[in-house]
Design a protein around this ligand. Sequence first.
Ligand code: SAM
Length: 287
Amino acid sequence: MKVRGVAQLDGLPPLREVIARHGLSARKALGQNFLLDLNLTARIARAAGDLSRADVLEVGPGPGGLTRALLAEGARRVLAVEKDARCLPALAEIAAHYPGRLEVVEGDALEIDVAAQLAPPVKVVANLPYNVGTELLVRWLSPPAWPPFWESMTLMFQREVAERIVAAPGGKAYGRLAVLAQWRARARIVMDLPPEAFTPPPKVRSAVVHLVARAEPLAPADPVVLGRVVAAAFNQRRKMLRAALRGLAPGIKEHLEAAGIAPTQRAEEVSVAGFCALARSLAAGEG
Ligand code: SAM
């Protein structure tokens, strides 16, 4: 069956034409690798689930390929944060085409917090600029209180970063990012994209990760203590934990044993639940 593209569905001009008309040559410093295939952006929008009852936060709409797909797929409302002012006229055309459903905020997503402008349930969907993607993900996973403002996030990353988010214990990809992400969310890779999917093509493959916020973190733990334990453990990931964590607290061997972790194990062998148990033992010791 031939799938009709969003280009036909939404009646807006092809993205190449939009880019040419508004002079949106891609800028490397802004991490601009555009998705021009509206069938691809529709697939990403669909991977986010039912948008019809959700406010969507999109970071970096650029010329609007993903924005258009989110709206065509029925998003109740899209709030898009874009740093590059050159993109605003192109995005204004999309907003005019979908009255009252698209709002664009010009600014740096690392500096402005738009969470308060969104009504729940909120889905974050973005083809993130690679230079800020991981930092934004870590912030969205580390709000002052849980649950966070978002119920799911569907985000593009370099394939290597996507693998670090979903990694299971036992491999090189498993580290701080996996523990943080999986402690607070269910995460899986839902799409794999080759460099040629983008204009201009980046050097590496990309992947879309879908994260669903857990109502409660996977196991109880104080986020600060857990963060400290995981950072120390993976900073010296080749060492046995009794050595890597020596500076963390007196009697670390006993804390490891209380958490059901052999002191001779290495960080990458410990499950998320194991790190939480260790954080609880250390917090009890401190308290
Ligand atoms: N969503 C578009 C697409 O899929 O074709 C563009 C994606 S491109 C990888 C990343 C976008 O993020 C660019 O439009 C860039 O200008 C924007 N951007 C880069 N840094 C940003 C920041 N700190 N805050 C907001 N937007 C940013």
